[in-house]
Design a protein around this ligand. Structure first.
Ligand code: PBG
Length: 337
């Protein structure tokens, strides 16, 4: 070629586009892949039977009674989804200052666990021990004189964790960010003979506006007094988050979680690099809703953005993702695979 272009002097022989030129080269050099094994499906449980109740702020997501949830969980297992995470929306009459219903052995969440274990034994069950679904004030812990009291809350969630394990939970996922909870839960589980029950710590849970639709889903938004800034991490703080995760690792966490997801990919990367433990991101309700709402308006290609965000978690070092898209994404992966 005799014609010299201006760009030649800059690129020389370096041409990134050679590896991008065809579908086969792109497949060869692809660094990260999303598979169904990466997906954890969070679901909402309500009392009663035969209920599939759409959540307005989360188009496509329903609150389900245990019988209906069993069917949905079976479908998830058939798609190859490894695990679910369950959240209860209990009757208002059962919510009180201390979240005492969390200590009722056959409460809604434990009923659901037992039913899933029996009907769909091959799917993992992850349960949360935060008190917010059970308290009349919507906080994750016990509220005394305007303060969420740490140590008393930890005592209670340890007892709740043991009951959840008794009901068949495979992994306890404490999301309430109290200090010392991981070690306390580990000791409590071990003392009760639950050595095989794991702990996925919501190690870095940020005080985030992205939780809005979830609070509608479990009906805590109208209850919540104040904010959760005295126990969740500030979105401004990355080093503090890594330190918080370090304590959970020391105390015996088996897996770490970052929540929310997409706005916190730097944290995913940092804690994966720092500890090498399995790291999961929670693509939370507000993230789901943003994508759904924009897609419903025809402003973005929802399916494409769903798959893109899930893949980006993998690139950021995550071993898996909790996502309300899990079933939709699993179906798409099955179709393409
Ligand atoms: C509270 C809890 C939250 C979520 C799950 N458990 C946050 C909150 O309400 O403060 C959020 C999940 C989501 O937004 O999808 N323990």
């Amino acid at each position: 070629m005799d014609k010299t272009h201006l760009v030649d002097e800059i690129t020389g022989h370096r041409r990134m586009r050679r590896n991008r030129k065809a579908d086969w080269t792109r497949r060869l050099v692809q660094e990260n892949r999303l598979t169904v094994d990466d997906l954890i499906w969070p679901i909402f449980i309500v009392p009663g039977t035969g209920i599939v109740d759409p959540i307005a702020a989360m188009p496509g997501v329903n609150r389900m009674s245990v019988d209906k949830a069993v069917e949905a969980v079976r479908e998830a297992a058939d798609l190859g989804i490894p695990a679910i995470a369950t959240f209860p929306d209990i009757e208002m009459e059962l919510r009180d200052e201390t979240g005492s219903n969390s200590l009722v052995a056959n409460n809604l969440i434990n009923q659901a666990t037992a039913a899933f274990k029996k009907a769909v034994p091959n799917i993992g069950i992850i349960t949360d021990v935060a008190l917010d679904p059970f308290t009349s004030h919507g906080h994750d812990g016990i509220l005394r004189d305007g303060v969420i009291v740490n140590d008393e809350t930890v005592d209670q969630i340890v007892r709740a964790a043991v009951m959840q394990a008794d009901a068949g939970a495979d992994i306890i996922a404490p999301s309430e960010m109290m200090d010392g909870r991981i070690g306390a839960i580990r000791r409590g589980l071990d003392a009760a003979g639950h050595q095989d029950v794991g702990i996925m710590s919501y190690a870095t849970k940020f005080s985030s506006g992205f939780y809005g639709p979830y609070r509608e889903a479990i009906n805590t938004s109208g209850l919540l007094k104040g904010d959760k800034n005295s126990y969740y991490i500030s979105p401004a703080n990355g080093t503090e988050a890594v330190r918080d995760a370090a304590l959970d690792v020391e105390e015996g966490a088996d897996m770490l979680m970052v929540k929310p997801g997409i706005a916190y990919l730097d944290i995913c990367w940092r804690i994966k690099e720092a500890f090498g433990l399995p790291v999961f991101a929670y693509q939370v309700s507000g993230e789901y809703t943003q994508i759904k709402a924009a897609a419903m308006n025809g402003w973005i290609d929802g399916e494409r953005v769903m798959m893109e965000t899930l893949l980006c978690f993998k690139r950021a070092g995550c071993d898996g993702i909790l996502s309300y898209f899990a079933v939709e994404a699993a179906k798409k992966l099955a179709k393409n695979g």
